[in-house]
Design a protein around this ligand. Structure first.
Ligand code: C5P
Length: 206
């Protein structure tokens, strides 16, 4: 059983994917963390995010990045991740790691942007989780505050819109709903309602 969860930044897809993994007893991979790890390694050790070759080389360092490093979620690293994820060379360098995880005999839940379209096109269930940019910006501001990294709503909203634009319009594996994915708009839901709705949608596909 493979569950693909895709959607834009701060849509709630990560929380939903973790809850689905717990509910169905499946291992979970947050694929955005791979792109963030490449970005962090460039941020720390130098490397021009405008140069595809350097970004591809940084993919070799992904396994060395501590997944608990708080810097992975910083706005600077998020911005670099969004840029370098547009490179076909970066996407293909990270492809096998994700496909291998999806092919595990235990089944898997993966969340990202292209799970239902590229990584696991034959997933048992696919969710496309979204919410309005304003709601997502409010959530991100709250999340940043909880991490002790306050951000301004207007700046965060601009950043979310810019990331949506880049993620949806890039040539390589753009963010888009797979034709056989269920749409889950969480704009008017709290997280418990969103998780309950996600479980219902997945169960209906099994
Ligand atoms: O999901 P998250 O915000 O952590 O992802 C960080 C960045 O990595 C996103 O802006 C997106 O551009 C990229 N990404 C991607 N494909 C994925 C997961 C994330 O392009 N499957």
């Amino acid at each position: 059983m493979v569950i693909a969860v895709d959607g834009p930044a701060a849509s709630g897809k990560g929380t939903i994917a973790r809850a689905l993994a717990r509910h169905f007893g499946l291992p979970h991979m947050d694929t955005g963390m791979l792109y963030r790890a490449v970005a962090l390694s460039m941020f720390r050790f130098g490397g021009d995010p405008g140069n595809e070759f350097e970004a591809v080389r940084a993919c070799e360092g992904v396994a060395q990045v501590d997944p608990g490093d708080p810097e992975l979620r910083s706005e600077a690293v998020s911005a670099i991740a969004s840029r370098i994820s547009a490179y076909p060379g970066v996407r293909s360098a990270l492809l096998e790691r994700q496909r291998g995880f999806a092919a595990s005999s235990d089944g898997a839940v993966l969340d990202g942007r292209d799970i239902g379209t590229v990584i696991a096109p034959h997933a048992s269930a696919k969710l496309f989780v979204t919410a309005s940019p304003e709601v997502r910006a409010q959530r991100r501001v709250r999340e940043l505050l909880e991490r002790g990294m306050p951000g301004h709503y207007e700046d965060v909203l601009i950043d979310i819109r810019a990331r949506d634009e880049r993620d949806s319009h890039r040539q390589a594996a753009p963010l888009k709903q797979a034709s056989d994915a269920d749409l889950l708009d969480t704009s008017d839901m709290d997280i418990d309602e969103a998780i309950a709705a996600a479980i219902r949608l997945v169960e209906a596909r099994l």
